[in-house]
Design a protein around this ligand. Sequence first.
Ligand SMILES: Nc1ncnc2c1ncn2[C@@H]1O[C@H](COP(=O)(O)OP(=O)(O)OP(=O)(O)O)[C@@H](O)[C@H]1O
Ligand SMILES: O=c1[nH]c(=O)c2[nH+]cn([C@@H]3O[C@H](COP(=O)(O)O)[C@@H](O)[C@H]3O)c2[nH]1
Ligand SMILES: NC(=O)CC[C@H](N)C(=O)O
Ligand SMILES: [Mg+2]
Length: 516
Amino acid sequence: MSEFDTVLVVDFGAQYAQLIARRVRECHVYSEIVPSTMPVEEMMAKNPKAIILSGGPSSVYAEGAPAAPEGLFETGVPTFGICYGFQVMAQTLGGQVAKTGVAEYGGTRLDVASEGVLFSGLPATQSVWMSHGDSVAAAPEGFLVTATTAETPVAAFEHPGRGLYGVQFHPEVLHSDHGQAVLKHFLEAAGCRPSWTMLNIVEDAVEAIRAQIGPEGRAICGLSGGVDSAVAAAMVQRAIGDRLTCVFVDHGLLRKGEAEQVERDFVDVTGVKLRVVDAQERFLKALDGVTDPEEKRKIIGREFIRVFEDEQRAILADGPVEFLVQGTLYPDVVESGGGTGTANIKSHHNVGGLPDDLQFTLVEPLRALFKDEVRRAGEELGLPSAMVWRQPFPGPGLGIRIVGAVTRERLEILREADVIAREELSRAGLDRDIWQCPVVLLADVRSVGVQGDGRTYGHPIVLRPVSSEDAMTADWSRLPYEVLARISTRITNEVREVNRVVLDVTSKPPGTIEWE
Ligand SMILES: Nc1ncnc2c1ncn2[C@@H]1O[C@H](COP(=O)(O)OP(=O)(O)OP(=O)(O)O)[C@@H](O)[C@H]1O
Ligand SMILES: O=c1[nH]c(=O)c2[nH+]cn([C@@H]3O[C@H](COP(=O)(O)O)[C@@H](O)[C@H]3O)c2[nH]1
Ligand SMILES: NC(=O)CC[C@H](N)C(=O)O
Ligand SMILES: [Mg+2]
């Protein structure tokens, strides 16, 4: 018998399929996503202990809407439907789904009518997160309706005898008060053992990397000094040892002290082979005069790859290098429009920004994970905590924090302002409280100031401190006024060209974290 149980998440085109999978993993049960079009026999071959049906954008009664996999409810495998998955279960088993004319989006009060299995021991009223326009009008025969809301008479149902459960709300998002408990109750009822740990992610990833690269293959890893590439590199190093060469690209869009830090921190700890490439000229030339954010991102993505290709040739003497390792995470993929039916928000340089003629085979062991999971993997791998808890910094660097064309002078201004903000936030002990704090230069905006009794006509700097769990959503950080005041005073005193500092008070959505 396998040491851990498997839960399949059947994806109906959900925004949150990966989020469901990770919440299951948080219950220490292994979980994998499969498309709703996969035949039931193939699902059964994976020997699932339980199945979760995800949400999705369609209406179950619409023509062409994805149906429950044929025969799924006859397999006897305990199954939990969420939102669309709940509606699909209701309809397939003889209940009724209809557009009732009322929709619920966001926080909603749920009244538990009967604890049943899912709500066992939980409060009779709780706040849950909803996102639906269709509703279950009648539960299938034999099902107990366990919860309602003001607008939704059937907000949860279950038939423990048949191992079938469903909820209209999203237990996987953190805004649902007891969502994780509801999920846990389902997994327990299904008999899933909590025996899976993050160690398995590391071990499995290392195994998979070994299999992908083979016994002779060699790889280059883009190392940025950030968490993701550090963890990816450490995994690959564990898999293929010194057949890995790391490449740090100094593209001139880095913050003060960044290049030195990579050499000091990562190489010291891992002893990995590192090549540092000074590519400032090439990036600045390629970006000359470019103001469109997507164009900047595409150029930066392409130039990164061109540098990796040059490095590939430079180390050819030791044997060909076919693989490129990147620390790509799931949010990079969804935002670049790579999820099921998701829109392109911005092309992350390492996903949507890659050139079409890419010669490398990509190795991306973190592609299905969120940042906090990567941090835990980093801890499992024994990386130092200063590295594991470092705030994210985007690959395109200061290039997407200058609103307007990128020039050496503007980079210098931004670098000076950024280091002041970072110093003051650290001094105030706020590094762990905030997710990151982009400092943005509005290069094409000027405003009038008065300094030393004279008139100035300088540029504004925007501070964008945010708190977040996984960068998919974020809120602006409520920093102490004294800290903001100190940052503002120092930046305007110390950075010529800047005569105004402003604070960005927008959450994500509607804003994104970076300005471009
Ligand atoms: N300066 C760089 N040199 C080489 N590779 C880079 C550089 N910047 C980014 N990359 C590559 O692009 C990937 C994505 O960058 P991203 O900023 O998302 O991750 P990270 O820098 O590893 O971690 P963090 O999100 O904590 O900054 C990196 O994992 C790395 O492979
Ligand atoms: O490596 C990266 N390449 C990119 O092209 C990129 N764009 C945004 N980011 C980082 O991703 C997170 C979410 O950012 P946004 O809310 O701006 O999309 C934040 O942490 C951003 O700093 C990037 N990281
Ligand atoms: N989030 C969802 O799964 C939505 C399901 C369905 N599209 C509805 O609006 O009710
Ligand atoms: Mg980074």
